[in-house]
Write a protein that binds this ligand. Structure first.
Ligand code: LP5
Ligand code: MN
Length: 247
């Protein structure tokens, strides 16, 4: 049996081909699997679970929720971790989809392997402006105040934040937006040297072996979903990256 691990789909109505490819992949591959782990940035932005009840803005999520719920009902275990775009996904969405929310990081022990799962944004410690933003929007007080605003206002704030972020990214160096080597080592040490640290967020898929305090570990990075997607599968105790063609 296979376990699939994906991240950074950024599902949205503006990119229907990615949503269609994801739904097709769920039906053809994930339906045969044991479990699916989604490591954040599942959707482009999430401004609160109440969007599901909104006829206009919730409609794009209906087929996604239905497909996940159908898989869950068939016995495929589904897990979701927050990313920097969808940290406001709550129990309402989780229950509608039949999935379980995971903390970041979360340790997965499978087939004799210890795999530490993370979105990856918390490891980008050189990106000081982002870490300040992250600390603010992950605080319960900020979230309570944000979620108490009307849906239209929250959507407008999210659009503004997306455009500010896109402008920032255009002028930042690539190095700042990658994981910090010391943060990676600290994370591996804190979790007693797992075999693999698996994350997304940076959109730089690849495998990076490293030795920490004499222990052999590997950082494995997932890719985002556009024309292709780089996903991981765990089969027979090995963690492999695989490229899906989406178009
Ligand atoms: O997401 P991406 O790939 O563009 O860049 C990320 C970091 N940016 C973010 C911000 C998100 O994209 C914004 C969308 C989140 C929606 C959540 C719900 C609503 C929240 C509303 C908040 C007001 O995560 C980017 C990193 C990059 O990854 C690489 O790691 O560099 O971080 C930044 O750009 C740092 C900035 O300081 C982020 C600040 C943007 C928000 C500005 C507030 C504007 C609010 C307007 C109010 C009038
Ligand atoms: Mn991200």
């Amino acid at each position: 049996m296979t376990t699939w691990i994906i991240s950074d789909l950024h599902l949205c109505a503006q990119r229907p081909a990615v949503t269609q490819a994801f739904l097709h992949w769920l039906r053809t591959e994930v339906a045969k699997a044991e479990a699916l782990y989604i490591l954040g940035d599942f959707v482009e932005v999430w401004v609160g679970d109440d969007i599901l009840a909104d006829p206009q803005h919730g409609a794009e999520f209906v087929p996604i929720v239905q497909a996940l719920r159908a898989l869950s009902a068939q016995g495929v275990r589904l897990y979701l971790m927050h990313g920097n775009r969808d940290f406001l996904i709550g129990e309402g969405f989780a229950q509608a989809c039949g999935l379980q929310l995971l903390p970041d990081p979360a340790l997965l022990e499978l087939g004799g392997q210890r795999i530490l799962l993370s979105h990856g944004d918390a490891l980008c410690t050189d990106d000081v402006a982002y870490q300040q933003f992250r600390a603010q929007v992950r605080s319960p007080q900020w979230q309570q105040a944000f979620l108490s605003q009307p849906l239209a206002a929250r959507l407008a704030f999210a659009a503004q934040a997306r455009s500010t972020s896109a402008q920032n990214k255009a002028v930042q160096t690539m190095d700042i937006m990658d994981v910090n080597a010391e943060a990676v080592v600290a994370q591996l040490r804190a979790y007693d040297y797992p075999d693999v640290l698996l994350h997304g967020h940076t959109h730089r898929p690849g495998r990076h072996p490293l030795t920490v305090d004499g222990y052999q570990c590997e950082r494995v990075v997932l890719g985002d979903w556009h024309d292709t997607a780089v996903v991981a599968n765990i089969n027979h105790a090995s963690c492999e990256l695989q490229t899906l063609t989406l178009s």
